[in-house]
Design a protein around this ligand. Structure first.
Ligand code: ADP
Ligand code: MG
Length: 445
């Protein structure tokens, strides 16, 4: 018998619901049930192994803290999920263990971020080759420092850590230090407070390979820039390898001292672009394989067509799809995939802003995977014509532009073409209807 009144988990859920966003709550928590709380252990049933693992990786402390609040004590939590006609369990880490693993991981490399798991395409080939060159001969190439530049979620952290892994494996005698600029800054400040600056310096100066992530965060911070300047010189003079990443070029980091700016430009600056469609598919395939799941090309293409912003979002969408299918016990069909994509893609427009023809053009292009040039161009191939008609229909519905103006905007067409599109699009069922609805949702209707 439970020593606690039933419904511990129910109370926890109420707390958790206030701490995670509604979408995540629905995906990860809604279908979980308390099955036992005897023996001072709370056992929760979740729908699948995938969810159980996701919860342990991402929500461990939120769950443990909620339980602690509800039972006013430490209480071990076990997640049970159905497997092979029975149940398997995983335990959440207690708050103490959790703090320990988080601390242990700091400064270490993420085991997933290796060259092997890094998909190479036109968009990142140069960056990859330079990273490889540096990893094979640290400190011996002209690429010192190597400065890897690219937008958010394009793989900078993955690549810089892959360098670290490779060197640790192939040059076990070399000391690799990986740190984000923010953490480097925090550590420095703490060392000032605790009067341990010499230990701080020693730690980083002993590096054979220094990997510093996100150096744009040096922006405007003089004290830490000065500290880093001296570290940089010390390492560089000894021929140690330095790798930096940033989401902007050195010259655009505001408030970066000239002497650091020039050093950032000493070696090689490589740029990572947005992945093209083929690379997006390849990345998705690799991620799915890593999870032991094989997805049909059609599904991969659908995601790759819709999610063009960056690799992190691409990966996020795939994870949500797998989670969604597993929660609902559904097969991964194109319909389900479109649902997940539509449901989760961020609204592209700011609230309250007036929708323009450009907005519609961009959204339709992104959703249907036909370029904006094609939509506004002359060609009449089936999917191009369809994209154009959808864009015209939505323009009429959302912008208040005249038929004539819309016709002109979408490739100098006659107003009767727009009328035709407006009649035709609402009659579609199935896939087209679904896409149109999704775009409408995104337009904030
Ligand atoms: P950034 O540091 O540029 O913001 P990350 O390195 O964190 O981006 O990458 C975001 C996610 O995308 C990570 O999970 C990473 O593993 C994945 N990723 C990025 N580039 C690639 C790639 N070329 N191949 C496979 N996965 C990638
Ligand atoms: Mg990063």
């Amino acid at each position: 018998m439970s020593t606690y009144s039933t419904g511990i988990w129910q109370k926890c859920l109420q707390i958790i619901a206030t701490q995670v966003n509604p979408q995540s709550f629905r995906t990860w928590f809604e279908q979980s049930f308390e099955i036992d709380s005897s023996d001072n252990t709370l056992t929760i049933e979740v729908k699948s192994q995938f969810i159980a693992e996701w919860l342990t990786t991402n929500y461990n402390s939120i769950i443990i803290n909620a339980v602690q609040t509800v039972v006013e004590n430490d209480m071990p939590v076990v997640l049970a999920y159905p497997k092979n006609h029975g149940y398997e369990h995983i335990s959440l880490a207690s708050s103490k263990e959790h703090a320990r693993t988080v601390r242990d991981k700091q400064g270490h490399l993420n085991p997933r971020y290796t060259f092997d798991s890094f998909v190479v395409g036109e968009f990142n080939r140069l960056a990859f080759m330079s990273a490889m060159a540096v990893a094979e001969s640290p400190g011996k190439t002209k690429y010192n420092p190597l400065y890897i530049q690219g937008g958010v979620g394009l793989g900078k952290t993955h690549l810089i850590q892959a360098i670290g892994h490779f060197i640790e494996q192939n040059y076990p005698e070399k000391i690799v230090r990986y740190v984000s600029t923010e953490r480097f800054t925090d550590r420095f400040i703490n060392s000032l407070i605790n009067k341990t600056t010499s230990r701080f310096r020693e730690y980083y100066r002993s590096a054979d390979v220094l990997l510093i992530d996100d150096v744009q965060f040096f922006s405007g911070k003089e004290g830490i820039q000065n500290e880093f300047f001296h570290l940089f010189n010390a390492l560089h003079q000894r021929g140690q390898q330095i790798v930096l990443t940033s989401d902007i070029p050195p010259s655009r980091i505001k408030g970066l001292e000239d002497r650091l700016l020039s050093r950032f430009q000493w070696g090689l600056i490589v740029d990572m672009q947005l992945p093209e469609f083929e690379s997006r598919v390849a990345i998705l395939r690799k991620k799915a394989e890593a999870d032991g799941i094989e997805l049909p090309d059609e599904i991969l293409s659908l995601i790759a067509q819709s999610i063009t912003s960056n690799i992190r979002e691409l990966e996020g969408t795939l994870i949500r799809l797998l989670a969604y299918a597993s929660i609902q016990g559904k097969d991964i069909t194109p319909e389900l995939t479109m649902d997940v994509i539509g449901q989760y893609t961020r609204p592209m427009l700011q609230m309250g802003r007036k929708i323009t023809l450009e907005d519609i053009l961009n959204i339709v292009s992104e959703y249907i995977g036909v370029s904006t040039e094609q939509i506004r161009g002359k060609r009449r191939t089936k999917n191009v014509a369809l994209a154009r008609q959808i864009a015209m229909y939505l323009s009429r519905k959302f912008t208040g532009s005249s038929l004539k103006h819309i016709g002109q905007f979408f490739g100098g067409r006659d107003h009767s073409t727009v009328v035709h599109a407006c009649k035709k699009i609402p009659k579609y069922k199935g896939e087209v209807e679904r896409i149109v609805t999704q775009i409408e949702n995104k337009l904030g209707k």
